[in-house]
Design a protein around this ligand. Structure first.
Ligand SMILES: Cc1cc2nc3c(=O)[nH]c(=O)nc-3n(C[C@H](O)[C@H](O)[C@H](O)COP(=O)(O)OP(=O)(O)OC[C@H]3O[C@@H](n4cnc5c(N)ncnc54)[C@H](O)[C@@H]3O)c2cc1C
Length: 482
């Protein structure tokens, strides 16, 4: 028999976006239910507790100007720790190119360096970030949606060619371990400009924000936080504690294990149907799912126009993370940096430092992107781990026998994420970015892909807040109707 729950608003998806919508709705006196397909909250915020040692698989770094995230941690009593002391160690990374290791100090004069002056000192992993920061036409991050910026909604390849860069430079300066798309042809330059403008805005506002919003709560909560100058934070007991504490604060527990399959709106009420037959009937629904997941959900009435196109075609980055323990400090034997940025299928092989000493290396992770991630996902976990170890050992003999595979998280293969983060192919921003989050009858949408000013976890929070505000405004105007 169908079990029916009635409420005023049903939120689909207990990631940060959905939970922030639920918290705001409840604050406004709305009776809310949250429906989640998995048996945990957080979605792409995932603390890998089963592996021990505070390993994170999803959102980890909370910028000092992430006002919503920091406020949520303070409100729900989640202790943040200042990660500024460990940031300098992230620069300790060397390059593995064509089977050989190139130290950062060797790179500017190295014969394999194709970058023209004045870029020769840039490492491949900073090249496109530096360029999009330096050549950025956006005054504020939110300007990415202004019609006059559509001229930049072109392939990153074209944008870089426009700066006089040749193919070899573009291949190394964008095409290695690509975080957005498969290569420079597959990503809109405008999205990367938005990302750079967001980073710039964060840097500009982090000092006052650290003083203003963090100072009071963190000075009393965190033993390691300096009262000023913090550049970023993470959560002491894993970032997943933030969505967990948000969920715990709600009047009603999250409905776990309910995978939504259909959303029907008869003009008076929304019915949300789950795979197990449970139904939620509400005046409003908030759909906080990635579009890659949403495309498997039946809408009645169906989505239309550019919103339909966006749900059907907005891609999400394939990305797989593998985790390793180490048996010795092998990087001291070869005097190469602990972290390697490689041109192999392993991608970025990075030291993890999440112990109480910011300099201590507590493990390693490989971040494998795009098609390489999909290939590794086709292997059983142990075999994927062994392949990465073999690639690292081949380029770095000192690591032989020193690494042990302990776990894997694939965001592309995760049926509830289907990718790590959304990205826009060239032309997609102009075609549908501004319209793709429009309300569909009584259904509102949110999620990191719909953030207009912020990115990452702060973007997810922003979008959840906007969806809730839309419902609260609609409710107020209905109440005001004679
Ligand atoms: C590897 C990685 C590293 C990152 N690092 C950072 C970082 O350091 N800093 C930062 O700011 N951001 C980072 N991010 C980005 C950040 O984690 C995300 O932007 C944010 O968590 C997305 O939140 P969301 O609520 O939009 O989506 P999600 O977290 O994906 O939430 C969607 C929810 O919907 C649920 N769901 C899916 N299908 C259904 C269904 N059919 N029915 C019901 N529920 C369903 C899911 O289980 C999930 O709980 C990172 C992301 C990844 C993957």
């Amino acid at each position: 028999m169908t079990k029916i729950h009635r409420c005023e608003a049903v939120v689909i998806g207990a990631g940060l976006a959905g939970l922030n919508a639920a918290v705001h709705l409840e604050d406004a006196g709305v009776d809310v239910r949250v429906v989640e397909a998995q048996d945990r909250v957080g979605g792409r915020v995932r603390s890998m507790r089963e592996l021990g040692g505070n390993l994170e698989a999803g959102g980890t770094y909370i910028g000092a100007a992430y006002g919503r995230m920091i406020a949520a941690a303070a409100r729900h009593d989640v202790r943040l720790i200042d990660v500024t002391p460990s940031l300098k160690f992230f620069r300790e990374q060397d390059l593995a190119l064509d089977g050989a290791i190139i130290r950062q100090s060797e790179w500017p004069a190295h014969p394999a360096n194709p970058f023209p002056d004045p870029y020769r000192a840039l490492m491949p992993w900073t090249f496109s970030r530096m360029l999009t920061a330096r050549e950025n036409p956006l005054k504020e991050p939110q300007n990415w949606l202004d019609p006059e910026q559509a001229v930049h909604d072109v392939p990153m390849y074209e944008w870089m060619r426009g700066l006089g860069l040749n193919d070899q430079t573009i291949r190394l300066g964008y095409g290695m371990n690509v975080s957005y798309g498969e290569d420079a042809h597959d990503i809109s330059a405008l999205q990367l400009l938005f990302r750079a403008a967001f980073s710039r805005a964060q840097a500009v506002s982090s000092e006052p924000a650290a003083d203003r919003s963090v100072g009071k709560s963190l000075r009393s909560r965190s033993s390691t936080t300096s009262s000023t100058g913090a550049r970023g934070f993470t959560a002491a007991d894993g970032v997943q504690r933030i969505p967990e504490a948000m969920a715990e604060s709600l009047d009603r527990p999250v409905h776990f294990g309910r995978a939504v399959r259909r959303i029907e709106d008869d003009g008076r009420m929304v019915t949300v149907g789950c795979a197990d037959g449970t139904e939620f009937r509400a005046a409003y629904a908030v759909c906080a799912l990635p579009f890659t997941v949403l495309r498997g959900i039946a809408f009645d009435p169906p989505l239309a126009g550019s919103q339909r196109e966006a749900v059907a075609s907005l891609p999400s980055q394939s990305m797989t993370q593998l985790y390793f323990a180490h048996n010795s400090e092998f990087w001291e034997a070869d005097e190469v940096a602990p972290s390697l940025y490689t041109d192999t299928a392993t991608g970025m092989f990075s030291a993890i430092r999440n112990g109480s000493d910011p300099g201590e290396i507590t493990g390693f992770s490989a971040w494998v992107m795009g098609r390489n991630a999909a290939r590794l996902d086709a292997l059983p976990p142990e075999a994927a781990g062994a392949r990465v170890i073999a690639e690292i050992e081949a380029v770095r003999p000192a690591a032989r026998g020193q690494l042990e595979f302990i776990g894997r998280q694939s965001w592309g293969a995760d049926p509830f994420a289907r990718g790590a983060w959304a990205y826009f192919r060239p032309g997609q921003i102009t075609r549908f970015a501004a319209a793709m989050g429009a309300p569909h009858g009584r259904v509102r949408f949110c999620g990191e892909h719909l953030a207009q000013t912020n990115r990452g976890m702060e973007g997810a929070m922003e979008s959840g807040e906007s969806a809730a505000m839309g419902i609260i405004a609609s409710r107020q105007s209905r109440e005001a109707e004679p």
